[in-house]
Design a protein around this ligand. Structure first.
Ligand code: NAP
Length: 381
């Protein structure tokens, strides 16, 4: 790959990021078509069910793509058991001469077959190397999570004061983030499929967990982990059709609460138990009740955060740090971030600092590079 190849490829990565939040459970892919040293067409995966990046870029070409090079962040698809026609025949018909591919499609229906078909048709296929290949995999980490590991990609997010506090003394709710940081959180919520909190947060904060004042392309499934059915029937989430996950032991102890909760519209779901009696995070994330979730956002108190860390189930952590101190030693502290996390970047949001850290031991860690969501947050999106 030449320096020019790398630059066009990076352009394809940036394009792919624009699909985040609207294409899932599909991967977001970017495609840049270059002829005689000029970009003649480009595109990215359209919202779920819409055209993939390749036909979008071909349709946008300002001149014939015959003889051109297509830079693709992921191998083009070749299978037919899906909503849209396969992309490999489109590239062949368009007489593309060379394709530079970022990563192989982890979908077992493709997984290298698209590359073989291109080569069989006489198209030169080069693979992106080094960081570029790893970054193209990082880009589709949520898709890899679902397709290969049968679980969602998981982000933990919380806000803390300059002295590491996450609530007022006694746990009462504390508004820590400023307007700009809150907006970044709502934008992140709008790109996730589901959001979960622990029951203590429901009791103290009574949150709604919606994505407010931002564009949304799909509904956000809201969930509570509440082993022993302690959610108050008057909680806002209870009347919003929340999915409440409890354990078998909790059921036995909470029959009265079930009677009170059922008329509110709560969707009661049984979850696998950990030996400590709480929901087993390691088993729950693999549970079939989450099979429609590609990207799960966890907004934990320190207790739930520690359980996700212990289960090795937090692929990414976003922390908002306010410059303000609480100066009250008895207020609860944020969970400590395990040392295996690496920071990819930091954004100053009108004084609040938003940092992103990735779990280097996660199956879904490929490169210490900023995620698509984080790059979008940098751009105020
Ligand atoms: N600053 C922020 O960004 C932020 C965000 C969220 C919350 N908060 C604050 O955090 C405080 C609440 O935090 P918290 O640590 O007490 O509670 P939490 O993390 O909100 O919820 C923990 C509770 O969830 C239930 N749970 C079910 N399965 C679990 C599992 N596997 N691991 C851990 N918990 C599980 C447990 O209750 P059962 O055993 O009864 O099921 C547990 O006590 C509040 O003051 C809230 O305002 C701050």
């Amino acid at each position: 790959m030449t320096e020019a190849d790398s630059q066009y490829f990076r352009r394809a990565i940036r394009l792919a990021m624009k699909g985040r939040g609207s294409v899932e459970p599909n991967p977001s892919v970017g495609c840049v078509i270059v002829k005689d040293g000029r970009v003649i067409g480009e595109g990215f995966t359209q919202p779920f069910g819409g055209p993939h990046a390749e036909p979008t870029a071909l349709a946008n070409c300002t001149e014939s793509p015959a003889g051109a090079t297509a830079y693709l962040t992921m191998e083009p698809c070749c299978h037919t058991n899906k909503k849209t026609p396969p992309c490999v025949p489109r590239l062949i018909q368009a007489k593309i001469a060379r394709v530079v591919v970022g990563c192989v499609d982890p979908n077992p229906d493709v997984n290298g077959k698209g590359i073989v078909m291109l080569r069989d048709a006489g198209i030169l296929v080069d693979r992106a190397e080094g960081d570029l290949e790893l970054e193209s995999r990082q880009l589709i980490a949520p898709f890899i999570a679902r397709t290969v590991h049968h679980r969602p990609y998981i982000t933990l997010k919380w806000a803390q004061t300059a002295d590491g506090k996450i609530a007022s003394p006694g746990g009462a709710r504390l508004q820590i983030s400023n307007h700009a940081a809150t907006r970044a959180v709502h934008q992140l919520r709008s790109r996730c499929d589901a959001i979960v909190v622990g029951v203590n947060t429901v009791i103290t904060d009574d949150p709604l967990l919606t994505a407010r004042d931002v564009a949304t392309s799909h509904p956000l499934r809201r969930m509570i982990l509440d082993s022993r059915l302690r959610t108050p029937p008057s909680a806002k989430l209870a009347t919003e059709g929340v999915d409440l996950f409890y354990t078998e032991d909790g059921f036995l102890n909470g029959l009265d609460r079930i009677k009170q909760l059922l008329p509110t519209g709560v969707n009661l779901c049984i979850a696998p138990s950990h030996p400590d009696g709480r929901v087993s995070i390691a088993k729950w994330v693999l549970d079939k009740s989450l099979s429609d979730v590609t990207h799960l956002l966890v907004e934990p108190g320190p207790t739930l955060a520690r359980s996700f860390f212990d289960a090795g189930a937090a692929d990414r952590v976003w922390v908002i740090r306010s410059p303000r101190k609480l100066d009250t030693p008895d207020a609860p502290n944020a969970a400590a971030l395990p040392s295996r996390y690496v920071q990819t970047g930091e954004i100053n949001l009108d004084g609040d600092l938003l940092s992103e850290c990735l779990d280097t031991e996660s199956d879904l860690f490929f490169a210490p590079a900023k995620s698509a969501d984080f790059m979008l947050a940098e751009q105020g999106q």
